[in-house]
Write a protein of this length. Structure first.
Lengths: 204, 204
DNA sequence: TGTACATCAGTGAACGCGCGTTCACTGATGTAC
DNA sequence: TGTACATCAGTGAACGCGCGTTCACTGATGTAC
């Protein structure tokens, strides 16, 4: 997700990226509440006003992080489905990738769905819906276009709920002590889920 | 959830409850970030130091709200299952009540799962796990004790994910424009879910 | 290659702000006799 | 019922703090000739 900008070394080199990374680290340590532009600047080794050369204000910084998150999630979903043809396996792979992304990028995941930030630009909204469109397409390939949206919401609820519960520490520790554990749990839940989709779609 | 304390009219009457309600309203308006003890006091019509007679500090106020939330959720779940004998119907009723509670008490729901607050007391943790124990019991009645925890996590993920997505405005508006709509959506998702539980549990 | 100029990333002082929390107080209420 | 006292909910001044944001500036870099 961290995209290293090809900005050549100017004064700092690449302050924008440095600040983004500092912000993510800071949120991871202290929570969204504990994020401040001044502390980001401090950690980046620049004056407290420097970030304003790269972000209009604090909210813009948060939106930039959230956008990175949405793009990263969509990419992870696409990558996971790459080369898989079977519709059910594609959906499964997407779901596992969703949970895995959340576990590996907890700050991004929370920020993507944090309603605290002021409303994003149309561009941000577009990147936000890309991951959902992927999901609807994958669902449509199984249950057909009419049922696709409902199935997508159901599947999304399952993976999103598991992600949030893990990130909030609500799942017994021994089940999710590593990203691999979390992925295995996701697979188990998704495997259970296959039932109704199969049943509804193909009255073979 | 708002429990009106039987404190008789003392100075204010029941400042503790008034402040709790003001805090919930404030969070609803401005988000968790926008909550301040001083503004709560202002709205309650008392001096800014008055709340300290009822809450040790700001975090204690948040924990009190979260505790009300957990208790309310457990009560809603119990109430929903009351008088229902069929195990599957009990679980369904619990799930629908879960989503309904989230939709009707968005601030409580978000606060319950907000990792921003400092760690709660043992007493708070107990009230937090009550709702989950209810769920595990309901699941055990269907799939048996060994599979109960996994089924509970799966079911919880589904209802929790749907709740969060609705509260964050991620579900198309026309599907959840009222609490009744949201409940209907929850029923649809849960009905789909029945498939695998039935399949796994009873190899009739 | 060298020089003059324009750009703009980063500086540091300054602003005003609302916040959480403490503290000595006051006065309304409850209680013991 | 009446009085003296103890309790403690609410007051208002005061503290120190870090924050977001603005602004005139400086100086390193890129570019045109």
């Amino acid at each position: 997700v961290a995209k290293s900008r090809s900005k050549k070394a100017y004064h700092h080199g690449d302050l924008r990226t440095t600040i983004l990374e500092a912000a993510v680290a800071l949120i991871a340590e202290r929570g969204l509440h504990g994020l401040s532009l001044r502390e980001c600047a401090r950690r980046a080794g620049v004056s407290h006003a420097a970030p304003y050369r790269h972000f209009e204000d604090k909210n813009a910084l948060l939106l930039a992080i959230a956008r990175d998150g949405f793009n990263g999630l969509a990419e992870a979903g696409e990558r996971a489905m790459l080369g898989i043809d079977d519709p059910r396996e594609r959906l499964d792979a997407y779901g596992v990738a969703y949970v895995r992304f959340a576990v590996e990028h907890p700050v991004l995941h929370k920020l993507m769905f944090a309603s605290e930030l002021k409303k994003p630009s149309p561009e941000d909204q577009a990147s936000g819906s890309r991951a959902f469109e992927l999901l609807v397409e994958a669902a449509a390939a199984i249950v057909g276009p009419e049922q696709a949206e409902l199935a997508a919401v159901a599947f999304w609820s399952l993976t999103h709920g598991l992600s949030m519960l893990i990130l909030d520490g609500r799942i017994p520790e021994d089940k999710v002590s590593s990203a691999e554990d979390a992925e295995a749990l996701a697979r188990a839940l998704i495997a259970q889920w296959r039932g109704p989709l199969t049943f509804d779609s193909a009255p073979t």
